[in-house]
Design a protein around this ligand. Sequence first.
Ligand SMILES: Cc1cc2nc3c(=O)[nH]c(=O)nc-3n(C[C@H](O)[C@H](O)[C@H](O)COP(=O)(O)OP(=O)(O)OC[C@H]3O[C@@H](n4cnc5c(N)ncnc54)[C@H](O)[C@@H]3O)c2cc1C
Length: 380
Amino acid sequence: MLQWTEEQRVLKETVRRLAREQIAPRAAELDELQEFPDDIYRLFVEQGLLKLKIPQEYGGVPADSATCCLVMEEIARVDASCSLLLINHQAGLGPLLTGLTEEQKARFFPTIAEEGHIVGFALTEPESGSDAASLQTRANKDGDGYRLTGTKCFITNGGKAEVYVLFATLDPSLKKKGITAFLVEQGAPGVRVGKKENKMGMRASPTTDLILEDAFVPEASRIGPEGEGWPILLKGLSETRILIAALAVGLADGATEAAARYAVERSQFGKPVSSFQGIQFMLADMLMGIETARSITYRAAMMQDQGDPLVRRYASMAKCYASDTAMRVTTDAVQMMGGYGYMKDYPVERMMRDAKILQIFEGTNQVQRMIIARDYLANL
Ligand SMILES: Cc1cc2nc3c(=O)[nH]c(=O)nc-3n(C[C@H](O)[C@H](O)[C@H](O)COP(=O)(O)OP(=O)(O)OC[C@H]3O[C@@H](n4cnc5c(N)ncnc54)[C@H](O)[C@@H]3O)c2cc1C
């Protein structure tokens, strides 16, 4: 049973109010224009939401995984793109928290926290998606640093992040053992933002290429030892998958509420459509799916906070189950509203498009199923 602390309850109510009053009215327009929400980003900075997880001694706000989940869930109830803005930033913070030395943390974190800098996360390449260990971006040793060359694609917050956590290889033949993580600054010589994608959903979240052309990164900006990028990556992925699950729960919940409110108002055959058993059964299935997804999501978050060794499997279960649920529930929300659900005048049309990516990024749901089964078999 989920029991919020008083602090978490207040935070949840505050974020819900902000989302309803300041994000919801902008959501349709941001989607249509495919615009980064500068005003909402500033609101997040003012509210300290970009500081979540950064240690207090470096100007941050300590927060456990469950607290971060409740923030992402509340924002996603009205706009998934805005929730993704924060989740991707957290995806960048994860490797920094795991891999940086205290000296490096003291150098990088205060600026990120004070200036409200967005941290990007750059792993995927045109030829390396699910098979992330096959990445080709090269890091060649050069004096007291490295020269990085390669192309990263599908980078969320591309062009808006001030720094990127970027994975490159010292030697592709070493596969996972060659992978090393770096902190790369936007605008540094040889670092260029490439084409911006035109997407089905999450349209207020920019997705771009990030191109490295002999870009110099000093040794002091390497995250963790050489060849240790892979374990740093894996640790962060579990945490981000749980946040994506929370986004999925919020998105599904928001779509259900919008559709149910409509069904109460809409009459056919002389009765509200919400009174028909066919609609009520659909609503019941939607609610059961959301509640089950929420349970596994917060269970995984608790396991993350407690350092449970099974968290990787549970993070994958949460991400996979919650995103499949969000896709099903948002599709049913459109169905419940009939032709009006298909129109851009109502939010469920956007929510259904936004849901699809949740089954694809941060490891596709096929990959999540592989992780779940393999981890179970390995621990039999
Ligand atoms: C909007 C968006 C935002 C993104 N943001 C970021 C970001 O910020 N940073 C970043 O680094 N990446 C990001 N990504 C990349 C994302 O994580 C990848 O798209 C995803 O991991 C899948 O890789 P792929 O697209 O190359 O698909 P592929 O790996 O080519 O997969 C194609 C199909 O094959 C299936 N498949 C692959 N291997 C197997 C297997 N072994 N068994 C069964 N099926 C398999 C997949 O499930 C999929 O259905 C983003 C992507 C999108 C679309």
